[in-house]
Design a protein around this ligand. Structure first.
Ligand SMILES: NC(=O)c1ccc[n+]([C@@H]2O[C@H](COP(=O)([O-])OP(=O)(O)OC[C@H]3O[C@@H](n4cnc5c(N)ncnc54)[C@H](O)[C@@H]3O)[C@@H](O)[C@H]2O)c1
Length: 340
């Protein structure tokens, strides 16, 4: 198999991820001429172009990574799929439902494999958290929370593409926290959210949002997203179960676990530190997973529908905060994916 990569910011992690997995990168695309030439030279890549349509036209490329700014995901994914390529798309799948729907339709029409790069599903701390929860160690979940706290003053993106009114931070960045909760808990059914605009006053969007979700299984959830907070980046998450609690994130070398089992052993409610590797952008593992699914013709769990449902769950919170009302996620949003 050979790969092609579109967008060489986060796309560099894809390029290296393919190489680490023994996959040749046969082509790259970026609109920045200097960057493109430098990367082509440095990695000895046979084909380089400014126009993604040339890249998806290269015959012997089997997989395309779409790692361009969010606005381009739809056209690049759709054209890649229709050119017969398997596609790995960076999160978020898109910034609105129309684009999600077009990508879903293209996957179905092309019959190619598609994966959304919700990379937190490969962060060692979160993988271990899910394993412990699935094992029953902390009992039945009743409250979960996650946050995406980042200072975008230092991450505007090349050409300041993140500073665009179409990119709601709760979709663009908050999708990490929302997807994490969906992965661990399941689908939420309704949301109420508030947002404000006190940190990045020169940005065209609200920079902080808090969303309260109710899940299908009665679990309550909270997601906080800030793109203007003054602190190191974090995705601190807490999982409360009837028999224990886990605190984890994707930037620490451990997770914290407190459970009734530990209480019996130690007679106190201390948190146990469980070591984990730090790998918050574990794209190599994501690529390994995708290659296996392609090679064995197996279903991809993190598929186009999962990506679209995460976007819809985020969008529901944006609608709620803008219209000051509770949003029924299934009725107003998920229903639009039925029958595609
Ligand atoms: N998984 C994660 O944790 C994670 C982290 C960062 C970014 N992302 C996602 O990755 C994507 C890229 O973000 P980034 O941080 O790399 O941005 P970036 O601004 O650092 O890099 C984007 C690159 O794409 C190029 N580009 C712009 N328009 C293009 C086009 N039409 N065709 C080809 N190349 C184009 C730019 O020149 C730039 O080199 C976004 O969708 C973003 O949401 C994901």
């Amino acid at each position: 198999m050979k790969a092609g990569v579109i967008g060489l910011g986060m796309g560099m992690a894809h390029l290296k991820g393919y190489l680490e997995n023994g996959i040749e990168v046969a082509g790259i695309c970026d609109t920045d001429r200097v960057l493109l030439e430098n990367i082509q030279k440095k990695f000895g890549i046979p084909f380089a172009t400014f126009d993604y349509r040339d890249l998806v036209g290269v015959q012997d490329i089997d997989i395309i990574s779409v790692a361009s700014p969010d606005y381009y995901h739809r056209e690049q994914c759709v054209d890649g799929l229709m050119a017969g390529k398997n596609v790995l798309c960076e999160k978020p799948l898109a910034l609105n439902l129309e684009d999600c729907i077009e990508i879903i339709k293209a996957v179905r029409k092309s019959g190619k494999k598609f994966m959304i790069g919700q990379v937190c599903r490969f962060a060692p701390g979160f993988v271990l958290t899910k394993q412990i929860i699935d094992s029953g160690e902390i009992g039945e979940l009743f409250f979960v929370e996650s946050e995406y706290a980042h200072d975008y003053r230092v991450a505007e993106g090349v050409g300041k593409w993140r500073k665009d009114p179409r990119r709601k931070p709760f979709i663009g960045g908050g999708c990490h926290a929302v997807d994490l909760l969906r992965w661990i808990v399941g689908d939420p059914i309704e949301v109420f959210a508030y947002s404000n605009h006190k940190c990045l006053v020169d940005w065209p969007v609200d920079d902080a949002t808090i969303a309260i979700y109710r899940f299908e299984n009665g679990v309550m959830g909270k997601v906080f997203c800030s793109i203007g907070c003054i602190r190191p980046y974090t995705m601190r998450s807490v999982f409360y179960g009837t028999k224990g609690t886990i605190i984890s994130d994707n930037t620490s070398d451990h997770i914290l676990l407190c459970s009734t089992r530990y209480f019996k052993e130690k007679s106190s409610y201390n948190f146990a530190k469980i070591p984990v590797e730090i790998a918050h952008h574990n794209v190599a593992a994501e690529i390994k997973y995708f290659i296996r699914r392609i090679e064995n013709n197996e279903a991809v769990e993190m598929n186009e529908t999962e990506g679209a449902k995460t976007v819809a769950t985020c969008l529901a919170a944006v609608i709620s905060s803008q219209e000051n009302r509770k949003v029924d996620i299934r009725e107003e949003l998920f229903n639009q994916f039925v029958g595609l």
